[in-house]
Design a protein around this ligand. Structure first.
Ligand SMILES: [Zn+2]
Length: 236
């Protein structure tokens, strides 16, 4: 075997570089798809449900709320979940007491997870009216997300990657992108074989070795067409 020749190692490094480039391209594709779904998901196809909140929702709120200097955050009512293939929008409402005035405050948050087939981006949008004295202006901010204005209104587009989701989406995206060219190459090889041409380059002739590109056929003849072999050993 020639596993240790520099040429083989170079080929392996080139293959690894190609795979890395392919995965990077697939990851970019997965992110673009996720953002595209978040922006362009048709309003008429969005499914809205009201659901009761659980411990996971409370944990999410407490770990994410950007206005933490309030007393006793509690989720209020149910969460409003809007879904579309590759998109999940969850709206929360919660109450707390202002540290400054002791007055009750209400905040809302919209959490957006996007990505297909798995959620690969996450982000949220917040709105809080502070019970300060004198009354101030509302706190409105996006966390790991940005607003995108469309004809039907404003959309929250998340950008923070979720590592596992991004990896899985990249693999799916890479496979989907590969199906087209690989299928075309396979079909071309089969067609060339049927027409008695070299499967690699299409040159006519079905010898053991293609005289055009040097490809050695899989079903070799008993006598190899080897240029190193002396002419005398050939059959007439
Ligand atoms: Zn050939």
């Amino acid at each position: 075997m020639m596993t240790n020749t520099p040429r083989f190692r170079g080929g392996r490094a080139r293959l690894a570089a190609m795979v890395l480039w392919y995965l990077a391209g697939s990851a970019v594709g997965a992110v673009v798809l996720a953002m595209g779904i978040a922006i362009f998901a048709a309003d008429s196809n969005l499914v809205v449900r009201l659901q009761s909140t659980d411990a996971a929702d409370r944990d999410w709120w407490k770990s994410q709320v950007p206005t933490g200097d309030r007393i006793d955050w509690r989720l209020r009512g149910r969460r409003r979940q809007t879904t579309f293939p590759g998109l999940e929008i969850v709206e929360y409402k919660a109450g707390a007491y202002s540290l400054e005035t002791g007055q009750p405050e209400t905040a809302t948050a919209t959490r957006v997870d996007a990505g297909w087939p798995f959620s690969c981006l996450t982000g949220s949008s917040w709105y809080l009216m502070p019970a300060s004295s004198p009354p101030g202006s509302p706190i409105i901010l996006e966390m790991n997300a940005f607003q995108f204005r469309t004809a039907s209104g404003s959309r929250i587009v998340p950008w923070r990657p979720r590592p596992m989701g991004l990896l899985l989406d990249s693999i799916v995206m890479g496979l989907l992108v590969a199906i087209g060219p690989v299928g075309w190459l396979l079909a071309r090889r089969i067609e060339r074989r049927i027409r008695g041409r070299c499967p690699a380059c299409g040159y006519p002739g079905v010898g053991a070795r293609c005289s055009e590109c040097g490809r050695v056929g899989q079903h070799s003849d008993p006598v190899q067409d080897d240029p190193d072999r002396p002419m005398l050993t050939r059959e007439p």
